[in-house]
Design a protein around this ligand. Structure first.
Ligand SMILES: C[S@@+](CC[C@H](N)C(=O)[O-])C[C@H]1O[C@@H](n2cnc3c(N)ncnc32)[C@H](O)[C@@H]1O
Length: 414
């Protein structure tokens, strides 16, 4: 992939649609909805639940053919067209090797292992250092069943205790190599001497879902220690800090490419996986109740800014509105004299229902942008590695439906 030319297309698109991603609809309502093309909202108003669900899943919808909204969706599809890993056959492994490993994790491991084996055949690295390895499923499978030694680093000692227990419990096969657990906080100055011993030109860094800045730390350490390279899958971008953690590359900085803010990072973190129609209907209901509560607070308590209102059981959203709102007002400690009937009348009123619909439709438009922002962010990381002498590939490793954070950066030294 030519990262620079792709970055340019992504940056232009990201800049053009910044009014949509750089704020949350509810936080700045009613001004926020005025940023959305009226004709798109009107078009979406005409769709059935099933058709809107298709739009949310980024599937083409007949009624949208030939419209500017369809062009918008097509552009997104093209920008998000990241190649899938060339299907290296999965290495056969008995079920017992994955005992206690969730379906999602098993799928991820099965996709990563053949790629790493191929890289090892070519580059002859000595071992992998699995950063944020957690309980060490990936390291164990790599070392015990595929002969690649591994060091699993995590700051969570409890996870590692479980992992060490598992090493003893599971049988190995001929040619099995060692898994070493190291309890350190990757990137912390005090732990640098320990890291020095293992992070070097003979090692390959591995990060399966390195949250937020942990991915950056892995990238920087790869460069600083001149390691063989890395294979990294990022996640939890909402914890990144604008201008500090993003952008990394000189290319983005010199060209003044748009810098994502908290809302952009959060949107990039959204799951892009397809869901079921039932899950979609629940999402509509959850949003409606949450937004109706916000509108109620605006109208009756003069509160315009976003307020954290806590979680509630999913079943609450299918009960009458007064049950939900009473719970939330209670949570916020707001005294009032409204009756249950007042609450339900508010929610069912034509005006509120109309507003909620528009807010939801704007969200359907906004959510389309999540994957573009994620790729925009990943391409910056790729460019930074390229600028520092690595040969880089960005590919989709996992089925999105099983593991939506499926973009892997493979960077190898020349
Ligand atoms: C999303 S989990 C991924 C776990 C594992 N790689 C997997 O795929 O199942 C992220 C892990 O990174 C660990 N972690 C986060 N920051 C870390 C740091 N600075 N140093 C070491 N471990 C860290 C957490 O404790 C957690 O186990």
């Amino acid at each position: 992939m030519n990262f620079k030319s792709h970055a340019l297309s992504l940056a232009e698109f990201t800049a053009y649609y910044s009014p949509l991603w750089n704020k949350e609809i509810m936080n700045e309502y009613p001004e926020s909805v005025t940023d959305y093309p009226r004709e798109w909202v009107d078009l979406l108003q005409e769709l059935s639940d099933e058709e809107l669900f298709d739009v949310d899943c980024k599937r083409p919808v007949e009624k949208l053919k030939g419209t500017s909204f369809e062009t918008f969706m097509r552009t997104i599809k093209a920008l998000c067209d990241i190649p899938k890993i060339t299907s290296v056959p999965e290495l056969p492994l008995e079920d017992w090797a994955f005992q206690g490993v969730k379906k999602k994790k098993r799928h991820e491991i099965q996709k990563i292992v053949p790629v790493l084996k191929k890289v090892r055949d070519e580059k002859k690295f000595d071992y992998v250092v699995d950063i944020g390895g957690g309980v060490g499923h990936l390291s164990r499978v790599l070392s015990h069943y595929h002969g690649i030694p591994s060091i699993s680093i995590d700051q969570n000692v409890e996870f590692q205790k479980i992992g060490i227990g598992r090493l003893k419990k599971f049988r190995k096969i001929e040619g099995a190599q060692d898994v070493t657990f190291m309890n350190i906080t990757f990137g912390k100055k005090e732990d640098a001497p320990e890291l020095e011993k293992i992070f070097n030109k003979h090692s390959l860094g591995l990060g399966l879902h390195t949250c937020g800045v942990l991915a950056n730390t892995l990238i920087q350490n790869t460069i600083d220690h001149h390691t063989m390279g890395l294979l990294n899958f990022g996640c939890c971008y909402h914890t990144l800090k604008a201008h500090i953690d993003f952008p990394l590359s000189s290319f983005y900085k010199e060209n003044n490419y748009p810098v994502l803010n908290l809302y952009g990072f959060t949107l990039a973190t959204r799951s892009h996986a397809e869901t079921t129609l039932d899950a979609y209907k629940t999402k509509v209901r959850v949003k409606n109740y949450r937004y109706a509560f916000h509108l109620f607070l605006m109208k009756n308590f003069g509160k315009k800014n976003f307020i954290e209102v806590g979680e509630c059981h999913l079943s609450t959203y299918w009960k009458p509105f007064h049950i939900y709102i009473s719970e939330k007002l209670n949570f916020l400690g707001l005294k009032h004299e409204f009756t249950n009937e007042d609450f339900d009348l508010f929610y069912d009123s034509k005006e509120i229902q109309k507003n909620l619909r528009v807010m939801f439709l704007c969200n359907v438009i906004r959510w389309q942008l999540g994957r573009v922002l994620e790729i925009y962010l990943q391409v910056d990381r790729c460019l930074y590695l390229e600028e520092n002498g690595y040969e880089v590939k960005l590919e989709q490793y996992f089925e999105e439906s099983l593991s939506p954070r499926n973009l892997g950066i493979l960077a190898l030294n020349n």
